[in-house]
Design a binder for this molecule. Structure first.
Ligand code: NAD
Ligand code: 2YG
Ligand code: MG
Length: 263
């Protein structure tokens, strides 16, 4: 079976520290908490000097330049003690455990995991990313609206939509793939959104691999767009015109969510 995937590029991960700092400021403006604060509040966990081993994986499309180095920078940013193994794959895994890693971070083309070897907990990036971007959006301080638009209902978007439903939001969902939309409407009981009959939202969550998926017709002034989707779902013109508060970052927010979920 061939699984469709949208892989990160070294370009996406340029200046990861700056991207993280900017995302942290945006999350603070939206929620009143920083990324760490949202993760601590949501999972009810706090780090306690866990040592993280990052293992480069060569299978499939192989090593992505900047990926392991970015995970190193991200884990350090959130205050973890971390290292990248010299060897990849099984040799790297062996090296990580021999060097007393307590949490292993590693990804092939389809699956990115955090595995806590001490308590056995394991996290999946797509689930943790969808959940935390939805959690951030759901904490939007400057709206009383309980309506949210979710665009893209795949491996990241579905858990995002599910999180909004479980948090009591009225979820309007859209996916370009009709069968995905129908399946999600019946599984989660959300309302299908018809792009030909648009309305405005103050909270929008987007998880697609496409650009410009958010049309002007759904934007309201000062709305929050929380989007793990790469490339960006909205043009910089529309972003300025509606003073959109944008939460978007390529790797760090999702990784933080994974790590806090396995503590
Ligand atoms: P997926 O293929 O499982 O799901 C994407 C969904 O978007 C599909 O159902 C597809 O039909 C739908 N879609 C495509 N174009 C659309 C459009 N124009 N309008 C509406 N729906 C459309 O992919 P995924 O694993 O859920 O990943 C989604 C995106 O999130 C990718 O860009 C991926 O790289 C990114 N991602 C980012 C992070 C992060 O930390 N920022 C983490 C994981 C994934
Ligand atoms: O070890 C390596 O360098 C590679 N085997 C990493 C492969 C990661 C592939 N996954 C992705 O590109 C993403 N869609 C998932 C990563 C999460 C954040 N976007
Ligand atoms: Mg992220």
């Amino acid at each position: 079976m061939v699984i469709k995937m949208a892989l990160l590029t070294p370009e996406d991960l340029k200046n990861i520290n700056k991207q993280l700092q900017e995302a942290d400021s945006a999350v603070r403006r939206v929620t009143g908490l920083d990324i760490k604060g949202v993760c601590e509040a949501f999972y009810g966990t706090t780090p306690c000097c866990e040592k993280i081993g990052i293992v480069p994986i060569t299978s499939g499309n192989g090593i992505i330049g900047n990926f392991s180095a970015s995970l190193h920078a991200i884990t350090q940013y959130f205050g973890f003690d971390s290292f990248v193994t010299g060897m990849p794959d099984v040799s790297g895994y062996y090296e990580a455990v021999r060097n007393k890693a307590e949490i292993i971070l590693m990804a092939d083309d389809n699956t990115f995991v955090a595995h806590n070897l001490k308590n056995g907990k394991i996290a999946n990036n797509q689930l943790c990313t969808g959940t935390i971007y939805a959690e951030i959006a759901s904490r939007h301080l400057k709206t009383d609206s309980k309506d949210v638009l979710v665009i893209g209902l795949g491996k990241v978007g579905f858990p995002g939509a599910a999180h909004f439903v479980h948090s009591g939001f009225n979820v309007y969902g859209y996916d370009a793939d009709k069968s995905v939309l129908e399946k999600t409407v019946s599984n989660l009981g959300i309302t299908p959104f018809d792009p030909d009959k648009p309305r405005k939202f103050s909270i929008i969550f987007e998880a697609t691999p496409c650009a410009n998926t958010i049309s002007e017709a759904v934007l309201s002034e000062n709305c929050v767009i929380s989007t793990p989707g790469i490339p960006c779902a909205i043009s910089s013109e529309l972003r300025k015109k509606y003073a959109v508060e944008l939460v978007m970052e390529p790797l760090g927010i999702g990784t933080a969510s994974m790590l806090y979920s396995v503590l």
